[in-house]
Write a protein that binds this ligand. Structure first.
Ligand code: PLP
Length: 378
């Protein structure tokens, strides 16, 4: 099997069974209890928090259940409400549904939302963003790395520009595809909130993170025993947290090697695929090394996906969340014509992929495109 859908989810860290053996032996105590085995679990959880925060030099962080929860928490509970009932928000037209649909809901509640369009360059332009800021703009949300095209937004500059235009406006970045892939220093930026999801980086589903500054407003949103900084009550998913920490530590210990390897995979893959007839590269120049978005004109993405699947090669046509209700919102946002959008595939790597696998992918893709074009010419 050649798995190339790592932007959808990743295979969990290698020694997960050893981690589970430790957990079932001594790591299963409730981290809020007061006896010593429980205190050890709490200590390990706090040390995991420090390791995970260190990736982006974040002031503070709570554990959540996923990237979707982290984003929704900020959008509904993470901004100032002063003297008004309706506020203004800005986001981009190509956000992941967990951000886009949350803003659609704010609109239904009567707030004003402006959707900034990246256009053909593929990323959000500072001027386009700043000109939309108003005195009542409560929150701006611009993703770090786009999950379909891989485009990288310069959230450090964008957040600084937003604060310059209105110091009261808060800035959130969905970091689910950026975390560990694209360097980012939260303290060196004006980003107030940033999100991550463990299952995208070899952790487990059911574990996410929401990073924030000590002075960025966040309202309590799950009421109960006061866990997670009194914001999100409920006994923490300690096993998921330990695996999250392990995934981060493994990555950090080989950070440069992994970056080099991913960049080699991408370079080889793009240059080989672009030689195939009808190839159209959607990922912009400034994009993350783990995502390639490409189309082969005349061959529908779904058809190519299944032709590759017959050779046990797994890719996607786009985000796993939208694969069942396919829309062209993301590709419309970056100016891709519809005859091309329906032919798009997304190939996404992890450091476990090899150059040989890329050779195989390119060989099978070339044959599949050739075979399909021949049939469709008949
Ligand atoms: N944001 C982006 C950019 C994503 O790619 C995803 C998942 O695909 C999410 C958010 C949602 O993360 P989760 O699956 O942890 O809810």
């Amino acid at each position: 099997m050649i798995y190339l859908d790592n932007a959808a989810t990743t295979k969990p860290v290698k020694d997960i069974s050893r981690l589970y053996a430790d957990y079932s032996e001594s790591g299963w105590f409730n981290p809020s209890a007061l006896y010593s085995p429980a205190l050890s679990v709490e200590k390990e959880m706090e040390s995991s928090r420090s390791v995970i925060k260190s990736v982006i030099n974040a002031p503070d962080m709570i554990f959540t259940s996923c990237g979707t929860e982290s984003a929704n928490t900020v959008i509904f509970n993470g901004w100032r409400r002063k003297g008004k009932e309706k506020f203004h928000f800005i986001t981009s037209s190509y956000e992941h549904p967990c951000v886009y649909e949350a803003f659609r809901h704010l609109e239904e509640l009567g707030h004003d939302v402006t959707y900034v369009v990246p256009g053909k360059k593929g990323y959000i332009d500072e001027e386009d963003l700043v000109k939309e800021i108003r005195p009542d703009t409560a929150l701006v949300a611009i993703m770090h790395v786009n999950n379909e095209t891989g485009a990288i937004n310069d959230i450090t500059s964008l957040s600084r520009a937003v604060k310059k235009a209105n110091p009261d406006t808060l800035f959130f970045s969905d970091g689910v595809q950026g975390f560990l892939h694209v360097p980012f220093d939260m303290k060196n930026s004006m980003v107030d909130y940033y999100s991550a999801s463990a299952h995208k980086i070899h952790g487990l589903k059911g574990t996410g993170a929401l990073f924030f500054r000590h002075d960025s407003p966040l309202r309590e949103y799950i009421y109960g025993g006061g866990q997670e900084r009194n914001l999100r009550s409920g006994t923490e998913n300690t096993f998921g947290i330990f695996v999250f920490q392990k995934a981060v530590s493994d990555h950090l210990s080989r950070n440069e090697e992994i970056s080099r390897h991913l960049s080699e995979l991408k370079e080889k893959c793009v240059s080989s695929l672009m030689k195939i007839k009808g190839a159209y590269l959607i990922s912009p120049e400034r994009s993350s090394d783990h995502i390639i978005n490409i189309a082969f004109e005349g061959v529908r993405g779904e058809v190519l996906l299944h032709l590759l699947e017959q050779n046990s090669i797994y890719i996607s046509t786009g985000s796993a969340c939208s694969s069942k209700k396919r829309t062209y919102r993301i590709h419309d946002s970056v100016g891709v014509p519809h005859n091309i959008s329906e032919c798009v595939i997304r190939i996404s790597f992890s450091d476990e992929n090899t150059l040989d696998e890329i050779d195989e992918l390119c060989k099978v893709t070339e044959l599949a495109v050739e075979r399909f074009s021949r049939y469709s010419r008949r």
